[in-house]
Write a protein that binds this ligand. Structure first.
Ligand code: AMP
Ligand code: MG
Length: 192
């Protein structure tokens, strides 16, 4: 069975070498890879059997890291980020050229979020790249909220499962898009 533990150094090392690590967030567990490494991100789609046109959310440590992944971060995005991050709100913004096509499904926008989970925030702060992470389950299955559920669903498709206990929200994040100074609700998600 896949190794489950709280070893941040191991998680970091695996992610830096392009492998998949399951990470705890307050919404659900994510199946994470280096979000700037197209080959590593491709492993997420393969492991989940996820259609390639379904874009991924990039998880970042703070607003500054989010900004660097966009070509425009308008005042309304700043207000939303200042109000709701870290937390279960994903913001879709014009993407920076450094974001690989495979992350965005070829769209000219990118989805960004700072998750509210202390262990994952510590991991994100230690990494020089964002983490692309959809829920850590095969496509079409229930999103996991505990490390054991990830292990049961993904087995050897994930190199390591970072144990951060049970996800407190238990459902996916709310997604909004900020465009032309308007905010559009794309998905209504969970809250604390
Ligand atoms: P999840 O499957 O919970 O990881 O959420 C990913 C979802 O975020 C996708 O299925 C899309 O609905 C949404 N998403 C990600 N990137 C974008 C984007 N650039 N534009 C619009 N929606 C996006
Ligand atoms: Mg999902």
């Amino acid at each position: 069975m896949t190794k489950i533990g709280k070893d941040l150094a191991l998680a970091k090392q695996l992610l830096q070498s392009g492998q998949l690590v399951a990470i705890p967030t307050e919404t659900v567990y994510g199946l994470a890879a280096n979000g700037l490494d197209a080959e590593a991100v491709a492993r997420i789609f393969e492991a989940k059997n996820r259609p390639s046109f379904n874009p991924l959310i990039l998880h970042v440590a703070d607003v500054a890291q989010a900004k660097a992944l966009t070509s425009d971060f308008p005042p309304k995005a700043q207000l939303l980020a200042d109000t709701f991050w870290p937390g279960p709100l994903t913001i879709v913004l014009p993407r920076h050229a450094s974001v690989p096509d495979i992350v965005t499904g070829g769209l000219d926008t990118v989805a960004l979020r700072v998750p509210a989970h202390s262990l994952t925030l510590e991991l994100l702060r230690s990494l020089p790249f964002p983490l692309a992470a959809p829920s850590a389950n095969p496509s079409g299955y229930i999103s996991p909220t505990q490390p054991l559920h990830v292990a049961e669903q993904l087995e050897d498709k994930v190199a390591y499962i970072l144990d951060g206990g049970s996800s407190s929200v238990g459902v996916e994040s709310t997604i909004v898009m900020v465009k032309d100074d308007e905010v559009y609700l794309l998905r209504q998600g969970g809250h604390q």
